[in-house]
Design a protein around this ligand. Sequence first.
Ligand SMILES: Cc1ncc(C[n+]2csc(CCOP(=O)(O)OP(=O)(O)O)c2C)c(N)n1
Length: 866
Amino acid sequence: MTDHSLTRFLASSHADTDPAETAEWRDAFLALVATEGPQRARFVLDELVRLARSSQVDWTPELVTPYVNTIPVDRQPAFPGDLAIEEKLASLMRWNALAMVARANAAYGDLGGHIASYASAADLFEAGFNHFFRARNETQGGDLVFFQPHSAPGVYARAFLEGRLTENDLAHYRQEITAPAAGARGLSSYPHPWLMPDFWQFPTGSMGLGPISSIYHARFMRYLTHRQLLDCGARKVWGVFGDGEMDEPESMSALTLASREKLDNLVWVVNCNLQRLDGPVRGNGRIIDELEKLFRGAGWNVIKLVWGSDWDGLFARDTTGALVKAFAHTVDGQMQTFAAKDGRFNREHFFGQDDELKRLAQGMTDEQIDRLKRGGHDLVKIHAAYAAADAHQGQPTVILAHTKKGYGMGAAGQGKMTTHSQKKLDEAALLEFRNRFNLPLTDAQATNLEFFKPAADSAEMRYLHRQREQLGGYLPKRQTKADKVAVPHLGSYASFATAAAGKEMSTTMAFVRLLGNLLKDKALGPRIVPIVADEARTFGMANLFKQVGIYSSVGQSYEPEDIGSVLSYREALDGQILEEGISEAGAIASWTAAATSYSVHGFAMLPFYIYYSMFGFQRVGDAIWAAADQRARGFLLGATSGRTTLGGEGLQHQDGSSHLVAATIPNCKAYDPAFAGEMAAIVDHGMREMLLEQKDVFYYLTLMNENYAQPDLPADAIDGVIRGCYKFASYPAAAGKSAGVVTLLGSGAILTEVVKAAQLLAGEGIACDVFSVTSWSELARDGHARSEQGFLAGQLAQSRGPVIAATDYVRAVPESVRAFIPAGRRYLTLGTDGFGRSDTRAALRAFFQVDAASIAAAARGAVEAP
Ligand SMILES: Cc1ncc(C[n+]2csc(CCOP(=O)(O)OP(=O)(O)O)c2C)c(N)n1
């Protein structure tokens, strides 16, 4: 038999040197399979591999199988639907999606949009909608479905037929601002829950984030089940993604997690149209083979869905394996050319390769050759693959579905290099499309790009509704109803922080203690999801290992080295901590799954993800942006934060910018508290906003590892803490001296430097008022939202003189409130712009000029200036 792997085919240097002997081996093996069956054949192969290894033959089986369907015809289940109607429906979806994009662009050329991606994915979606994707309703939790982003027009087209969107809505695709004036709802470019909160569940527009997110959502469902909080047993996560998208590191980074966790509730469908935006995904290779190896090596169940039903006959007649041989040396760049060309070209250049192939093509017209379907365009084959995936146990499944990009767009787009960005079709192309898919449109209707919806009582429409009814309702549909979770009284869990009485501790230590207390609360405790990316010990959280355990789907099958310790490493099926290992991308995906549980599952959870602050917004900022889009509710804790507070770790670790980025996310409330009491008040307020008031906000808090005396938090300061600042203390000029008056603002760890500066200045006769700024971004938002005096200006009205602000972040952070400083007062900002480096805190603060001496110097200069 010919080697069917492209890599080995291309690499093979030696031909068969003894064909007669090869034939003997082959015959013996075939006889074994025929007489003893596949199980015995597998045993013998295993034995041969063992022998080969012990004889140093240096051979491992290829992970690639032939370029044919994994599910043979004789194991294909009967198609349970009405094929003709489903094909008709798919054609209508295709048309309305195309019309939507083309109309928007005919009217406003700058709106953009995509036709070719959905053209390739339409059948993959339709098979799911008609037979597999279960909706959530009162009686079932439903499936989670991630849609390939550039195929959004197709999902809108379906919702239009389902009666969930109107024709006017479709006409306002990508016109979200102007739509309401026309009595329509604008349709977002890609799946965005922020913009269509009752429709889209999962934001997928940024390549790679959908794939990784789907894995962690599937794992989180296991977590909910194993912790006996919510039974997600029968539910599945489906994700349709692009083959180009698989290049993203996020797409691939959690594949082994999915198999290690045996996530058989997860099915990926990779739409292998062999193209991405600029060109082929693997022009000189084969993406389906490459992905097969990758996924199989990662422990997934792989189903190749390569060819449609009309190929079955060809394969049956191909007794010499000519097709498989031909595929073995056809690279994707060439496959794409075959997709772009007509039947005649394919007859000459594919089937014309040798006599055997020519023979196979005999009796087929050029038109029939042209219409030979790839597997991802054949509803029967797709159904078979989905059914196998749905039933598969013990592993996640990936379906590698071979499609054509721009399928059906004819000479205008199918398989063309430029098809990704094509938004228009000329009249001839529209009529060709109409004919190709037998659409019931007149020439005028087609060329005018009219939307088409069959009559309500037509067979197609009745079928469409009935299939969805059987699957529990329509989808995608985002829901928001979730129970409220009671939040304990601040004093019951945080008095150690709010009444610290000068005790020394860092805000990180205080947070960990507070979290430990919250975890003990009967109502709230079980809903908390502590998440770390291998840094629990760095943040002093090892005590939680014992207290609540680390989640493990298999419990703990070893005796931990530190078993005798009170802090011993404890993994358990009902463990509560999600220990994600060294993957910030994974940890944030995990956080997102927990933070959106209120919506995805109707069951509120409260995640606290604590990490090195530099490896948050900077490292996984786009994933945080997507979580914001998904209306996440939870806490992000940027620990060991600040450019100068994390002394020795140096340039890559010292964060001076996370607050700048956090401020750009509209539903992120970011705080840089100086004291444990402030931190506790913020966490308390956040829990109330998210769990009781059910606001779509999330909180970012920076925590420090510097130990210092923690003052009590006066009750009347809490309002200011939440709104962004409060007056911390006044330092009157030393007796007999009067050299001026200044106002000092400080946040986070630098507040202690500000206080020292104030004491210095007071001694010199400069009276100081010190304000603790807990959130620059909340102050700025408040200022921008008002026409009259903002909160900051009101607070500063209690003080006099020039205002000096200092933080452990770049200057742009305190600069963000400049416009809200009371008129007539100078405003100077000190920050840590530049690269971090290693040294002591004192040396770093002097270097960046945010130490007490630098703050005092700036204040003196400001007081002396005319
Ligand atoms: C992170 C990110 N980078 C780049 C893009 C721009 N982009 C949109 S679609 C696309 C190509 C998608 O190719 P593929 O995943 O193969 O899907 P297809 O449209 O071919 O089905 C690119 C590069 C993006 N959306 N997100």
